[in-house]
Design a protein around this ligand. Structure first.
Ligand SMILES: C[S@@+](CC[C@H](N)C(=O)[O-])C[C@H]1O[C@@H](n2cnc3c(N)ncnc32)[C@H](O)[C@@H]1O
Length: 324
């Protein structure tokens, strides 16, 4: 479980000090309802709305991005990025997750058209040099310098479909490593798949989650490629969401694509919760065009023990040991 980093959690707590929980809850519910109905972030119209977004959504989007980045780090362990560009940054969620994944990061540029979310991001005492640019992604990117990492977290869904390819080309142009995270829904996967196809066309190396650049095994399956991040809930989160359990599960899709990396040891991604019974562990693994089922018998003691530790979203090396 990835909780928000201390500098974010602490700042949000301080900002909540004089805020009515009833008001916060009402704002949070209005924002969630609007997102569920397919609306974008225009529903966030004040600093208090931005705070409500950060309380109810940021823990989950942070956990999803952090989980995606952990998988990328496993594949490119020597990558030590210094600069980051976070588009549709909102309160800087992906930037803070990247900071945690890569302590080498020194500076970040956040781009967003929402002044309230951007102000919240700037109010956090992040452990790197942060600048912010308010504006539309396309225009802001045209003027932005390239960065070691470009992140776009939960933002493509808010752009018109017709602009997706042009936006992606701009993002790719600026990035050494591009990380896109989307909701773990069929629609989110459709966008990720479109990005994957386009990026492979641009010559990208797919770092994660895919095990190869051939046909996606879930492209025309009934299932879609997505993963789960378990998110711890603090008290304010529980109150704002009227929740009962102290955690929630955030389903997400993602894609990390890079350029100029040495050949990647990606292993094979586990695409579903492993099935464990008395005699074997059965894994559903990413492979070209169709997923493969791999049964690891209990008689194969070391491999069985290693397979039992695997979870949905992990990758195993070709020799069956865990890469993460
Ligand atoms: C759902 S929020 C995600 C925020 C953050 N990336 C996260 O993961 O928590 C989407 C963000 O994208 C921004 N956004 C959407 N369309 C945009 C555009 N065309 N130009 C700039 N920002 C945009 C919104 O203002 C909002 O902050």
């Amino acid at each position: 479980m990835s909780a928000l980093p201390g500098f974010v959690g602490g700042a949000l707590k301080a900002k909540l000090e004089h805020v009515s929980r009833t008001d916060l809850k009402a704002r949070a519910q209005r924002i969630s309802k609007s997102y569920r109905a397919g609306g974008g972030s225009a529903v966030i119209r004040s600093d208090l709305d931005a705070l409500a977004y950060a309380i109810v959504r940021m823990p989950a989007t942070y956990a999803a991005v952090r989980a995606a980045l952990a998988q990328a780090v496993d594949v490119i362990p020597d990558f030590a990025p210094q600069s980051l560009l976070d588009v549709g940054s909102g309160p800087g969620t992906a930037a803070w997750a990247a900071c945690d994944a890569w302590p080498s990061l020194e500076r970040a540029l956040l781009i967003d058209e929402n002044p309230h979310l951007l102000a919240l991001a700037q109010a956090l005492q992040a452990p790197l040099d942060v600048s912010a640019q308010r504006g539309a992604i396309a225009a802001a990117l045209a003027a932005a310098a390239s960065a070691d990492i470009v992140t776009a977290s939960y933002v493509l869904a808010e752009l018109p479909d017709a602009t997706l390819r042009a936006t992606l080309a701009r993002l790719w142009d600026k990035a050494r490593l591009l990380v896109i995270v989307e909701p773990g829904t069929p629609d989110g996967f459709k966008r990720i798949l479109a990005c994957r196809d386009a990026l492979i066309g641009f010559g990208a190396q797919i770092v994660a989650p895919c095990s190869h650049e051939a046909g996606c095994p879930l492209a025309s399956a009934e299932r879609w490629c997505h993963f789960n991040a378990r998110v711890p809930r603090n008290r304010d989160h529980i109150v704002a969401k009227d929740a009962i359990v102290p955690f929630e599960d955030e389903k997400f899709c993602y894609l990390a694509a890079g350029k100029g990396f040495a050949p990647l040891a990606r292993g094979r991604r586990v695409l579903a919760t492993p099935k464990v019974d008395k005699s074997a562990v059965t894994l559903t693994l990413c492979a070209p065009d169709v997923p493969v089922q791999q049964r690891i018998s209990r008689r194969d003691k070391d491999a069985y023990r290693a397979a039992k530790r695997l979870d949905w979203g992990d990758a195993i090396a070709e020799n069956r040991s865990r890469t993460s």
